[in-house]
Design a binder for this molecule. Structure first.
Ligand SMILES: [Zn+2]
Length: 236
């Protein structure tokens, strides 16, 4: 069939754990930025604590459910195409085992084994579990470890909620006069941390990732605060 194209071929347990961690950090980052923008915008328009709590909580729920639904759909689609690829592979193994053995031999040889060793390895892998060998070498997936869409949905829902709680608590807990400075400081510090974490997990340079991430959050809060202040002033 096709050559392995995606990195998961080189992944494994550590790779998939890193992917989960990165997804969690990104989900939390989303929760922080969108909820911070929301509550700071409302704070620009009103001093009412109940309005802030209502807006923040609604934003948290809407965002976490939207994240969960999006993740469920995208992982389900990926899983469907992996299942279809496995089904095709199963059919090919049944209908043309010789061609499949040659294919596995070629793939192993293209990874640096000599023809004889590749043939021997292909025969042994085929004798043990042909489908699994083809799934891993050819498709780069592990048939026993396909991502569960429900797990992915729950994880991103949880990550977003954890992130969203920070600006929500920071805006409703302090007295009215301290709300904005407390929220802005907490949010920017948290974004520095998530920027640092995602850079480290992706082996990128944190000195570039942190300012970008912090600037993005600062911009979001500045824009919604300006819009909230304008609307608040117009309504008053
Ligand atoms: Zn195959």
């Amino acid at each position: 069939m096709t050559e392995p194209t995606h990195d998961e071929a080189h992944g494994g347990a550590l790779g998939s754990r890193l992917n989960w961690l990165r997804a969690a950090v990104l989900g939390a980052n989303d929760g922080i930025v969108s909820t911070a923008g929301l509550v700071v915008g409302v704070a620009g328009a009103t001093e009412s604590r109940s309005a802030l709590l209502t807006a923040g909580l609604a934003g948290l729920l809407a965002g976490s459910m939207s994240m969960a639904a999006g993740e469920y759909v995208s992982v389900s689609t990926q899983r469907d195409s992996e299942m279809a690829a496995l089904a095709l592979e199963r059919r090919e193994l049944r209908d043309q085992p010789e061609a499949e053995l040659r294919e596995l031999t070629d793939l192993l040889a293209s990874r640096g084994l000599s023809r004889e060793v590749a043939r021997e390895a292909a025969e042994q892998l085929t004798a043990r579990d042909a489908l699994r060998a083809h799934a891993r070498v050819e498709l780069g997936i592990d048939p026993d470890e396909l991502t569960n869409p429900w797990h992915a949905a729950w994880a991103s829902c949880l990550a977003f909620t954890v992130g969203a709680l920070l600006p929500l608590l920071a805006i409703v807990l302090p007295p009215a006069g301290a709300r904005l400075p407390v929220t802005v400081c907490c949010v920017l510090a948290a974004l520095a941390f998530t920027g640092w974490s995602s850079a480290r997990l992706g082996s990128a340079d944190p000195r570039r990732a942190i300012p970008r991430n912090v600037a993005g959050g600062a911009l979001a809060m500045a824009v919604t605060y300006a819009a909230g202040s304008l609307l608040g002033a117009a309504g008053a």
